[in-house]
Write a protein that binds this ligand. Sequence first.
Ligand code: NAI
Length: 261
Amino acid sequence: MSTYAVTGAASGMGRAVAEKLTAAGHTVIDVDIAEATVQADLSTPVGRREAAAAVLERCGGRLDGAVMAAGLGPAPGRERPRLIAEVNYFGVVELLEAWRPALAAADDAKVVVFSSNSSTTVPMVPGRAVRGLLDGDIDRVLGALRIFGKQAPTFAYAASKIAVSRWVRRTAVTSGWAGAGIRLNAIAPGAVLTPLLEKQLATPAEAKQIKRFPVPIGGFGDPDHLADWVVFMLSDAAAFLCGSVVFVDGGSDAWFRADDW
Ligand code: NAI
């Protein structure tokens, strides 16, 4: 049986993954801001360091995998762009960098990072914000998003998911992770009916935008199905999967970019 760290395990898709892994007999070290074994605020550097250290202590220096599901959606608010950048990008990258030796110790560890199809379907996301994230320069990120005013959270969200996907693809193959036996991949869901989406649907302006968004098969994704994909991406069947971003989004990414190949 294996040991997995799961962030965002108190709700939505992270919770569904944690429940499936536990039911299969694995040990799950669940991380979240509340209602978790490791409680930490991933929107602060201190919280991220504490979360990383607490997981390392609990896993005894060996992790068979990690699922990075903690994230904030593009809700309105002045502080939201910063929080999105901190949780969705640094809350993934800093923890995984701290866990790398423990993942390498497992020999064939698997990591699944939650991206989003917002990474390919939101137009005009400023490259400066994405590069600012990859360079760890939060002031540059916020500066690049300021021109969007009240829409800044939407672009912050898309930038965070582009940056985290780019980090996954680069790190998986060029920073020695593949050589260390770590399979680093991302999943890019479309709109999935979790508390994150429910909050957005409860705001009329956001609900209108979500309902107008093209989803070729219609409706919303089921968190349980997404969790099955993640569990599959942690399984032996994913031994040859490396640096991939797997879209599970009802066809929206294909709708927007069928010819981008
Ligand atoms: P959710 O809101 O149900 O769960 C997210 C979890 O992250 C919550 O338990 C929350 O407490 C935790 N979290 C948020 N801020 C935190 C912080 N500062 N410190 C520690 N934990 C924190 O969301 P859902 O929908 O399950 O999302 C999971 C991932 O999937 C997120 O990264 C999200 O961006 C991504 N995603 C979600 C989609 C959707 O439609 N639901 C679509 C595409 C991607």
